[in-house]
Design a protein around this ligand. Structure first.
Ligand code: NAI
Ligand code: MG
Length: 385
């Protein structure tokens, strides 16, 4: 399956460790493309970035989104403080400015799903002492288009003692239903994949019956009742269409506790934009740290608009420029991008699998060593030979 169409990727190294980890991703993508004759090409953009802002007074060109829309996917390193932290005169922007292109892309291309898997990978650091933490395997799905991050509000009487700041949260039934339905679909797919691999997991329901997959919905409905109640109602309605998938609800604060106490009990977790953002950093640590945690921002409805693939971590200004960043998260992310593009091109899907396996095998064999960014890239390149 390949209609001969070239897939075009916009590569955005961004700030801080972004360019360092992107470089390793491009080395491996080049190798895969050359060996397998993949119909894949990319362009490296020097925007959005803090450096572009320094030169042009903005993070990206005025028609930046229009230019990005021409691509099939966006592969992004990180945006934010360019580091290194020990350079006090570096050009630093407020995070709200440097990260704004991310929000513009997510909203502009309606990338309404953010998917972050949290699996304790072999070789990755296990932060939790309980041996059962090794069985952690969950997928956190974050609503990515509305909620707390709509950016509506303002500041009145700024800087004065009587200042008022408002920040409006917006939750639509449409946005709520589509993300919850997506979570149930993913849960069902994960159960099928486990069956195919000869594995099963069981999730006990309140009535003592068991299911092979489960969706946990996160809210703070006891305090944020309006959207919390709507989420709960829509969740129940959608769940009725998936009798094979188990259900559970956690308040966000209790979920944080249970992520640490018993993360192996979760399967698919669906949360709002802000709550999912916070939970996924926690999930990233549980699965071995920010250095190994991939992420993606998807528009599953409209393939003509680019989805965006970026690691969970930020620009890590404390280690930027030192060849210390772990590129593993970026490389898993690149594999997820190939997998996404591979839904319409089986050669890309195979390359995705090969890259994912090479990164996972390297982690399993060498995860306990301290290695430079480029040394990890070298080792994985060797595995692709
Ligand atoms: P961060 O993820 O950049 O760093 C947190 C800690 O994890 C640091 O100690 C860092 O050294 C370490 N770390 C992160 N990635 C690593 C890697 N690949 N290998 C080894 N260690 C790694 O988060 P922080 O410090 O809160 O934010 C720094 C900047 O990044 C800020 O400007 C923030 O706004 C931005 N940011 C950007 C994101 C993005 O582009 N998607 C996401 C999160 C933060
Ligand atoms: Mg975050």
């Amino acid at each position: 399956m390949n209609n001969g169409k070239k897939r075009r990727i916009a590569v955005v190294p961004g700030d801080g460790i972004g360019p360092e980890v992107i470089e390793q991703a491009l080395r491996l993508l080049s190798k895969l493309r050359d060996d397998r004759g993949l119909t894949l090409e990319w362009e490296r953009l020097d925007w959005p970035s803090t450096a572009w802002h320094q030169a042009h007074g903005r993070m990206m060109p005025e028609d930046g989104l229009k230019q990005l829309e021409q691509y099939d996917a966006i592969l992004l390193g990180a945006l934010g403080d360019p580091g290194p932290l020990r350079d006090p005169s570096r050009y630093v922007l407020p995070d709200s400015v440097s990260l704004s292109p991310l929000l513009e892309m997510r909203k502009g291309f309606d990338q309404w799903v953010c998917e972050r898997p949290a699996r304790q990978l072999e070789g990755a650091r296990q932060y939790l002492a309980d041996p059962r933490a090794a069985d952690t395997d969950m997928l956190v799905i974050r609503e990515n288009s509305e909620g707390e991050y709509v950016g509506q509000g303002g500041r009145l009487r700024q800087g004065q003692p009587g200042e008022i700041a408002t920040q409006t949260e917006i939750f639509t039934r449409f946005g709520t239903e589509r993300i919850i339905r997506y979570a149930f679909e993913r849960a069902r797919k994960r159960a099928t994949e486990r069956q195919q691999a000869g594995e099963t997991r069981t999730f006990k329901q309140l009535d003592d019956s068991e299911r092979e997959s489960q969706v946990c919905i996160i809210t703070k409905r006891n305090a944020l009742r309006y959207w919390g109640d709507m989420y709960t109602e829509v969740f129940d309605e959608v769940a009725a269409d998936y009798p094979d998938v188990g259900t559970t609800h956690e308040l966000i604060d209790a979920a944080c506790m249970k992520f640490v106490q018993a993360p192996w009990q979760f399967d698919v977790v669906v949360a709002s934009n802000l709550q999912g953002d916070i939970l996924t950093d926690l999930a990233a640590v549980i699965s071995g740290g920010l250095g190994v945690a991939p992420s993606c921002n998807l528009n599953p409805d409209d393939r003509s608009r680019p989805s965006m693939f970026e690691p969970t971590h930020g620009s890590a200004p404390d280690i930027a420029g030192e060849n210390k960043a772990d590129p593993t998260a970026m490389l898993f992310t690149a594999a997820r991008m190939l997998d996404w593009l591979g839904e319409e091109d089986s050669a890309l899907a195979e390359a995705a699998w090969q890259l994912h396996e090479a990164v996972a095998a390297d982690l399993a064999a060498n995860g306990d060593q301290t290695r430079s960014t480029s040394a990890i890239g070298d080792a994985i390149l060797e595995r692709l030979k």
